[in-house]
Design a protein around this ligand. Structure first.
Ligand code: SPV
Ligand code: MG
Length: 558
């Protein structure tokens, strides 16, 4: 039975019970901490065996009840949180008498554990594969009392108590094993685990035949591992436990890595063989944390969406292994500078739309989304990749910008639904840029006038035919747009309309601004007077470095 056959909406206890009683053979895998529990779930298993051997060994102690039962419970708590699978605890002997088991069952149910397996040995126990002939078995009546006590304690009728018969392990023979199993069934056990230390399954199969389906059967084929699984299916085994294979697979991997790093004194040899740090973050659920942070930790601060998919055409040699936004400017990548500027304004929800060399974007705390068609599409296609990252207040900007911090601060102080930053000093630049036409020029003597954008044209103002010549442009849009309140819905609707156009892949941010204006939306203009630049070529990179140095010498005053 695989996970798809066990309905995930059922409680964990019910799912385990269905594995024990349902048709077919189910398989569960050992886990020994939260991480391995998650790995087992991702692999597709429908349940977890919380193995005493594996849990004790990850603590670095022996499988002789050296870890206390409360330490086991604490560990289970992490496993239960890290995975949604039903967990069957290897509860050894129940850690004491009937009363200890009652308390154990209560604590397990409180932590969402689906069932417990107890073995008929004496506390403190020893692993079944160590000196097995010397293993002391429990008194049958005492053990039956324990089972009854556990069954009478459980609150959820589907919580399972599996009774493990150690008679074959201890060399007490088949008839002892069968009579113990029958006594435990009568005492209320939901299933019998019949254990064997042999390398062939003969005695297990003999037990199965004699048992004749009186109660569900569970096996642990650690020693008879070469038996084809089909044999267990045909025998009608209900549950097969792969009991220790996560901890055993981790051990040689860790031993090899430790040895190699010690001997070579470098990480180079192992780096590509081991899990990436990002994989660890993923397994820890780091994405969910970021989502929660968006909701709860900074609900009122603006989000940032940075368009950074392009390589930067005029910077060929420098962008061979990274996108333009990762170019260092005065020792720090452009993107990191921008991220620091956001953080100064309390903006921690930062999304970067990457494309070219997306994997080289390495700035802590930013969410990277990828435009897979970056080389065949434009800015609006990139923006579309980030629409679900928009908050009620979002600043969209090009990734190659450097700006004095007051520009962002002043933008965040505006109150319009849509606001663009226009630099009124640059009305006739030599290179093509986003020329901004507004309803009023920047009158520097009249601060804070309400100015609206009329149109943005990508081109060169001085070149005939390149731009709207009905008037000179009022400045240059610097590539910074704030979208807040109802502006978000308006922007998304305009983006959706443009997406229907056949040339959508070619469209840029100016097309979106113009579409918004054409549909009657007002876009406020925030005029600035220099104090920013974008990096397009080698001279631009040099200027950026001068700019950054100048800014940092002012930095403490801003
Ligand atoms: C365990 O996993 O701790 C078990 C199964 O008890 S075994 O080690 O095979 O006995
Ligand atoms: Mg055990």
């Amino acid at each position: 039975m695989n996970r798809s056959e066990i309905i995930p909406s059922l409680s964990r206890a019910t799912r385990l019970r269905r594995m024990l009683t349902g048709p077919g053979t189910s398989f569960i895998m050992e886990a020994h901490n939260g991480l391995s529990a998650r790995i087992v779930e991702e692999a597709g298993f429908s349940g977890i065996w919380a193995s005493g051997l594996a849990m004790s060994s990850q603590f670095g102690v022996r499988d002789n009840n050296e870890a206390s039962w409360t330490q086991v419970i604490d560990l289970l708590d992490f496993m239960s949180d890290a995975s949604s699978l039903p967990i069957l605890l290897d509860g050894d002997t129940g850690y004491g008498n009937f009363n200890n088991l009652r308390r154990l069952v209560r604590k397990l149910e409180q932590r969402g554990i689906a069932g417990v397996c107890i073995e008929d040995k004496q506390f403190p126990k020893t692993n079944s594969f160590i000196d097995s002939e010397r293993q002391q078995l429990a008194d049958v009546d005492e053990f039956c009392g324990k089972i009854k006590a556990g069954k009478d304690t459980q609150a959820d009728p589907d919580f399972s108590i599996v009774a493990r018969v150690e008679a074959l392990i201890a060399g007490w023979g088949m008839s002892e094993a069968l009579s113990r199993a029958e006594a435990y069934r009568r005492a209320g056990a939901d299933a019998i685990l019949i254990h064997s230390k042999r390398s062939k399954p003969d005695e297990i199969l003999e037990f199965v035949r004699e048992w004749a389906g009186r109660a569900p059967l569970v096996i642990v084929p650690t020693k008879y591992y070469s038996t084809p699984t089909e044999v267990f299916r045909r025998a009608g085994i209900n549950l097969v436990i792969w009991a220790n294979h996560m901890i055993r697979s981790a051990v040689p991997a860790m031993q090899a890595a430790a040895r190699e790093v010690f001997e070579t004194q470098t990480l180079v040899g192992i780096e590509e063989r081991i899990a990436s740090v990002n994989e660890i973050f993923r397994l820890q659920g780091a994405d969910e944390y970021s989502e929660a942070e968006r909701l709860y930790a900074t609900p009122n601060s603006a989000h940032a969406v940075v368009l950074a998919a392009s390589r930067g055409d005029n910077l060929d040699a420098l962008t061979e292994d990274r996108p333009k936004v990762m170019l260092p400017v005065a020792g720090e990548p452009l993107l990191l500078r921008m991220v620091k500027a956001f953080r100064k304004q309390g903006m921690n929800d930062i999304t970067v739309v990457a494309g070219y060399k997306a994997e080289a974007i390495d700035v802590a705390g930013v969410k990277v989304v990828v435009n897979p068609d970056y080389d065949r599409s434009g800015e609006l296609a990139s923006l579309s990749c980030a629409v679900d990252r928009f908050g009620d207040d979002t600043v969209v900007l090009y990734g190659d910008l450097l700006f004095r911090r007051y520009i962002l601060r002043d933008l965040l102080d505006t109150d319009a639904d849509l606001t663009v930053v226009v630099d009124s000093t640059q009305t006739a630049p030599e290179c093509p840029c986003d020329l901004a036409y507004a309803d009023l020029p920047d009158e520097r003597g009249v601060f804070g006038r309400d100015v609206s954008l009329r149109r943005v044209v990508h081109g060169i103002a001085s070149q005939p035919g390149a731009a709207d010549h009905s008037a000179a442009p009022n400045g240059r849009w610097i590539g910074m747009l704030r979208v807040r309140g109802e502006g978000r819905g308006k922007l998304l609707a305009a983006l959706e309309r443009l997406r229907q156009q056949p040339d959508f892949a070619k469209l840029g941010m100016p097309d979106l601004l113009n579409a918004l204006i054409e549909s009657g939306q007002r876009i406020k203009v925030l005029y600035v007077h220099g104090h920013w630049l974008d990096v397009n070529d080698h001279p631009g990179l040099q200027q950026a470095s001068d700019f950054a140095h100048a800014e940092s010498s002012f930095g403490s005053r801003k």
